[in-house]
Write a protein of this length. Structure first.
Length: 376
C-alpha cells in the first residue's frame, strides 16, 4: 500500500499542473481520463448521480493510478497499475455530492486532483436492487468474521512484540496478516489509515514520513531479530486495525465496491506479492498471496447470484481460472502444518507460473464491476 501526502500538498501539486484541467460539460455515457506524468484530464467534471465508467488511459512514462475520493479521502473507487500506453476502466456508483478524481503518476502521493460535482437522482439506483443488497450483506458477514479474527490475532501479535518474544511474534506475523489481507478493500476506503498500517519502507522514504505498521515491525523482527523500540509501533498498529474494523462496519462495501475490491485484491498480488516486495524482510508473501485470493473469491461468491443471472459464461470462466490458480499456489503449502514456503525459495520459473495464473484470473474479473453496474 502507498502513503499519501496531506491534501493541501496534493492540491498545490494540482494547481501547479496547468494542463490538469477538464471539461465541465455534463457527462453523457462513459468518461475518459487522460493521464500523463504531469496531468490528469477528466472529460467531464459535472456528472449525473448513479454509475459512471471512467476509462483511464496512461499517456505518461510512469505507471499510474486513478482514484475517486469523497470527503476525508474516503475512496469511492480506484484502479491501480496502469502501465504506460495502457487503459483500464473504473466503474463507480456516485450519489449526489462533491468528489475528487486523482491521477497518481508513479503510484505515490495524493497526485493530481480535479473536483467532480455529482447532481440529481440516479436513473437507476444500484442500492435499491434486492440482489445487490443481498450480495453486500453476504460480504458484510464475511468481513465481520474476518475482522473479529483479525483483532484477536493482532492483539496476540502485539502482545508477543511488546513481551520481546521474537519467535512467537514471527510465527504470528503471517497468521494475523492473513485476516488483514482477506479484507483489505475495506481498509483501502479510509484515506491514510491503510498506508500507515500496511505501507512499505520505500514509499515512506519517498514521501518523507515515518515508516510504521506491519512492515516496520516485520523489519525489526527479521533484520535485527529483536523487538527493541517496537512498543509504540505495536500499539499504533492495534489502534489502527481496530479503527479500520469499526469504520468498515459503519460503512460496509456496496456491491459495486465489492466488485472493484475483488479485482483490487488480485492487483495486490500482481504488484506486491508476485514481486516479493510486500514482505521483503520475512518472505512470508505466500501467506498474503493466498489470503488476497481467498478475499477475492469471497467477494465473487457474494456476487455469484447476480453474475449467474447476468453472465453465466463469466461465472464459469472465473470458476475455471480460480481453480487453476489455487492448484498452482497450493503446491507450496505444507498441508500438515498450514505453513507456506518462503517466497525467496521459489525459482524464477515458479514465480512466472504464479504470475501467469494471476493474470489469467485478472482478465475475467475485470469485467465483474460492469456486470454489477448493469444489473440494476
Amino acid at each position: 500500500m502507498k502513503f499519501s501526502l496531506p491534501v493541501v500538498g496534493a492540491m498545490t501539486f494540482a494547481a501547479l499542473s496547468l494542463t490538469a484541467c477538464a471539461s465541465d460539460d455534463a457527462a453523457s455515457g462513459d468518461l475518459t481520463v487522460k493521464a500523463s506524468d504531469s496531468s490528469c484530464k477528466i472529460s467531464s467534471t459535472k456528472l449525473d448521480a448513479g454509475p459512471s465508467t471512467f476509462k483511464v488511459t496512461n499517456g505518461g512514462s510512469k505507471v499510474t493510478e486513478f482514484y475517486v475520493y469523497a470527503d476525508g479521502d474516503r475512496i469511492m473507487g480506484e484502479v491501480e497499475n496502469i502501465g504506460p500506453g495502457l487503459s483500464r476502466n473504473l466503474v463507480v456508483d456516485l450519489p449526489k455530492g462533491t468528489y475528487e478524481g486523482a491521477c497518481k503518476p508513479g503510484m505515490i502521493g495524493d497526485g493530481i486532483r480535479e473536483t467532480i460535482t455529482v447532481s440529481g437522482d440516479p436513473a437507476k439506483k444500484l442500492s435499491d436492487s434486492e440482489e445487490l443488497k443481498a450480495a453486500a450483506d453476504s460480504y458484510a458477514r464475511y468481513v465481520k468474521s474476518q475482522s473479529d479474527a483479525l483483532i484477536v490475532k493482532t492483539e496476540e501479535f502485539v502482545t508477543a512484540v511488546k513481551a520481546g518474544n521474537v519467535d512467537e511474534a514471527k510465527k504470528l506475523f503471517p497468521i494475523a496478516r492473513t485476516y488483514w489481507e482477506r479484507i483489505e478493500p475495506v481498509a483501502e476506503k479510509f484515506g491514510d489509515l491503510d498506508p500507515i498500517t500496511d505501507g512499505r519502507e520505500p514509499d515512506a522514504i519517498a514521501e518523507g514520513v515515518d515508516f510504521t505498521g506491519w512492515h516496520r515491525i516485520e523489519k525489526q523482527l527479521w533484520v535485527s531479530n529483536n523487538t527493541e523500540g517496537m512498543d509504540k509501533y505495536a500499539d499504533q498498529l492495534l489502534t489502527n486495525v481496530k479503527e479500520i474494523v469499526k469504520l468498515g462496519q459503519d460503512a460496509p462495501l456496496t456491491a459495486l465496491e465489492l466488485a472493484q475490491g475483488s479485482k483490487g485484491l488480485l492487483d495486490e498480488v500482481a504488484t506486491g506479492k508476485i514481486t516479493g516486495e510486500e514482505d521483503e524482510f520475512s518472505h512470508t508473501d505466500l501467506w498474503d498471496f493466498k489470503a488476497n485470493i481467498e478475499g477475492s473469491q469471497a467477494a465473487i461468491a457474494s456476487l455469484r447470484p447476480v453474475l449467474e443471472a447476468q453472465d453465466p459464461a463469466l461465472v464459469k470462466e472465473l470458476d475455471t481460472k480460480f481453480k487453476a490458480l489455487d492448484a498452482e499456489l497450493n503446491q507450496y503449502q505444507d498441508t500438515s502444518t498450514g505453513d507456506w514456503k518462503f517466497y525467496d525459495e521459489l525459482s524464477k520459473d515458479q514465480v512466472k507460473a504464479l504470475s501467469d495464473a494471476v493474470a489469467a484470473v485478472s482478465e475475467p474479473i475485470s469485467k465483474v464491476a460492469a456486470v454489477v453496474a448493469a444489473s440494476a
